[in-house]
Design a protein around this ligand. Structure first.
Ligand SMILES: Nc1ncnc2c1ncn2[C@@H]1O[C@H](COP(=O)(O)OP(=O)(O)O)[C@@H](O)[C@H]1O
Ligand SMILES: [Mg+2]
Length: 376
């Protein structure tokens, strides 16, 4: 969904300058965030970046140090957790072990004094929705981890909350099951039109599931946008590094514009995407592996704006994709992806290779002040 479409719909959850401090620890700096009705927003970031704190401030299980929480137009900053009309799903399924699946799911309805016939109807309905129509009489321990997580999802949606908060709900599941559940949660979201706030530290999960990703770093929003915007147009080295694979070259701005002219560490000219940084600014030039094109034989690289050479280090088959590691003369590695094909002829280890890119695919990022090692 585009930012425009998002901004035209009413906000279901709105945070105004919300912050949280624990003693001397600023877990979340002053933050603004608006989540549109029906939107699927993922809070993504490394461990300790403030994701759970932000979610708990919305839930009401943590009181803010400053700011306001508004849900469906109502200021709920001082409203109790259970009066905020939210559904919550956590990593540990938190099902009650001695109760049947039916009783577990019925529980939030009993609390709300729903009539018995209506309870039976709604439990059956949500069990069908999570595709577990036959488990009502069982106990939680008689279900697999994935099934238990679907039951906690059913228990959450059974009372029709307009907004659901999920904190790393699939963290305990193995990869196959996690991917299955990701699609399952997406499907439920589409089917029920619920507003979703989803926490994960897993970038692939965020890219798969979200309408919008809010990337957190050290208690601040680093960047917010659609999965495509974060992946193809990261604005910082941190964002580029955290989502997906990339190669980064140290360079200096020669002339800003469209394209931007850069000079690399060996004085070679590089053409890059539009930027307005002043000449002389040190930058990181970042490119995704799928945008680095290997040239074979006498290929002149027509259509590419910059062509460089390097030395083939290694080619690794990742299934449908081959990942080439190319050593650069100034040190460092350039990653290049190609589709895998039978009869493919790769350059051998130590062979000289040429590669290139289109200017629009080499992004100009401001080099971070502390030049720590970048995680490859
Ligand atoms: N109850 C607490 N008391 C003190 N510090 C906390 C508390 N909860 C979280 N923190 C700190 O706040 C920061 C953000 O934590 P958290 O929101 O849990 O991060 P995430 O969910 O992204 O891993 C961390 O440095 C964490 O240690
Ligand atoms: Mg957390």
């Amino acid at each position: 969904m585009s930012e425009l479409a998002t901004s035209m719909r009413p906000a279901m959850v709105q945070l105004d300058r919300i912050s949280k401090r624990y003693g001397g620890m600023q877990a979340l700096h002053e933050t603004d965030l608006a989540v549109a009705e029906g939107e699927f927003v993922t809070l993504l970031g490394p461990s300790g970046s403030g994701k759970t704190t932000l979610l708990n401030l919305i839930a009401g299980t943590v009181a803010p140090s400053s700011g306001r929480v508004v849900i469906a137009g109502r200021d709920v900053t001082h409203v109790l957790v259970e009066k905020r009309g939210l559904g919550m799903v956590f990593q540990n399924y938190a099902l009650m072990p001695h109760m049947t699946i039916f009783e577990n799911i019925a529980f939030p309805l009993r609390v709300r004094r729903v009539a018995e016939g209506e309870i039976r109807r709604r439990v059956a309905e949500v069990l069908a929705l999570v595709q577990l129509p036959d488990v009502a009489a069982r106990k939680p321990r008689q279900l697999s981890g994935g099934q238990q997580q679907r039951v906690s999802l059913a228990r959450c949606i059974v009372y029709n909350p307009a907004t659901i908060l999920m904190d790393e709900p699939l963290g305990a599941l193995d990869k196959k099951l996690r991917e299955y559940m990701q699609l399952e949660i997406r499907r439920l979201h589409a089917q029920l039109g619920i507003t979703m706030l989803y926490v994960t530290h897993d970038q692939e999960e965020a890219l798969t599931m979200s309408d919008r990703i809010v990337l957190l770093n050290h208690g601040r929003i680093e960047q917010s946008g659609t999965p495509d915007e974060l992946y193809f147009r990261p604005r910082t080295v941190f964002a580029a590094d955290f989502l997906g694979d990339s190669s980064m070259l140290d360079a200096v701005v020669e002339a800003p514009g469209q394209p931007t002219r850069l000079t690399d560490a060996r004085g070679r000219p590089l053409l890059a995407a539009a930027s307005e940084l002043a000449p002389g600014t040190p930058v990181k030039a970042m490119i995704r592996p799928e945008n680095v094109h290997l040239l074979r034989g006498s290929d002149a690289g027509t259509g590419l704006d910059t062509v460089l050479d390097g030395v083939m280090e290694d080619s690794i088959v990742l299934g449908s994709v081959v990942r080439h590691h190319i050593r650069l003369p100034e040190g460092g590695t350039m990653l290049a992806n190609e589709f895998n094909a039978r009869g493919r002829a790769d350059a051998g280890h130590g062979e000289r290779v040429r590669f290139g890119w289109r200017a629009e695919d080499l992004l100009v990022l401001v080099a971070p002040p502390s030049q720590g090692p970048l995680i490859p």
